[in-house]
Design a protein. Sequence first.
Length: 231
Amino acid sequence: MAILNPEKSKQMKVIYDEVGQFADNGLAKVQKTVSKVTRFGFIDQSGKVVIPVIYESACLYDSNGLAKVKINTKWGFLNLMGEEIILPIYDATEFFREGLVKVCQHSKWGFVDTEGKVIVPLKYDWAWEFSEGLAIVRNGNKHGAIDRNGEEVVPLLYDGMKPFSNDLSPTKQGQKWGYVNAQGTLQIPFTYDDAWSFKNRTAQVRIGSVFQPIRLKGETFDVPFAIKLLQ
């Protein structure tokens, strides 16, 4: 696909295999393959190359004006001018949630902010994205939760945890699940064989083969037969 540059009134020599749709920021992702090697970059609506077509992988820009890219097998983030705001030094990364993104280096996970500053040191075996200002983290087989400053507000004592919702996290101790709050206080006892995060102030739990909805204090309630079938 050739790109026409209206300012110079001639076709550019660069030909791309694919050109994505132009986003609200005026950029489109392009793909070019040479000798079976595929690379990605971004162009503006005039066809000008804004981000060089040198990246092994590139994601669309997010609401922070940052795009996740991969080069030399490492991941980082670029701004709209192509500056490496988060250096491509990480073995893995995800997408921003609540202003922070989880990153991995040497098999350890932590979090950086939109300016590339390490907010949570890379010291965990695994980390989940932030939810309600808290992220579940794991070292070995023990889980806990950190706040946006990296403080371990829920100690890494538990055998399993799931993301916070309605200020509660499904939490496993031994073989049973219950719920702890953002301060690490047990709110619903460890009585369930499995438990899921709350949504709209209700959650589903399981005892044996029986699924049951509960409210925020652990009280059960009946649901219509049709909804039970869907579960």
